[in-house]
Design a protein around this ligand. Sequence first.
Ligand SMILES: C[S@@+](CC[C@H](N)C(=O)[O-])C[C@H]1O[C@@H](n2cnc3c(N)ncnc32)[C@H](O)[C@@H]1O
Length: 189
Amino acid sequence: MSEHPDPLRLFARQALRTALVPAWFEALDLKEGDTVVDLGCGAGYVSLRAATAVGNAGTVHAVDSNTEAVAFLEDLAKLHGLDQIRCHVQSIPELVPLSERPRGALLTMVLHHLPEPAAALAHLAEALHGAPILIAEFDATGPCRVGPGREMRVSRSGVEAAIEEAGLVAHGFQQQTEEHWFVLASAPE
Ligand SMILES: C[S@@+](CC[C@H](N)C(=O)[O-])C[C@H]1O[C@@H](n2cnc3c(N)ncnc32)[C@H](O)[C@@H]1O
């Protein structure tokens, strides 16, 4: 049996965070024609939203190590004729470098899954040619009524320390709800 949740269940869980998504795209200044990378895309709820934001002229690279979730997204993209979504089964700390710098990358509700966040971020900085990475997480001080338990969550200070250790700069922190926040990690000027 798969160690992963059923893709439909995963998609439904992702869709519960629908109200968070516009501010992520705004923080990356995502526009029509842009390329964006959805790291840890799961069953692709955010990738589908990103595909609408960048339009037919844009590109969404959707990356996850969960083969079934990526296949689910691939089917959905095909069904809706969203050719701008390119699906990749890859592990984030080993992401194959992109040929060009994208507008940005989404690393939403994923960092707490990565055992070595600073090393992963350092690799991403190179693979994405210094493009900004939007890191969204569950608040470790929140009530934990939605999302993973407190023991799974990472602290804001821990994430900011990992960003610095990776040689990046943390900025643009936003508390979105009592359970969710995000911060941008960018290459120093
Ligand atoms: C909580 S889901 C978040 C999905 C999506 N980013 C969102 O915001 O709705 C976490 C996702 O990260 C993926 N993930 C965890 N570790 C990963 C890794 N090392 N490489 C690629 N994907 C990973 C999981 O397979 C899962 O789909």
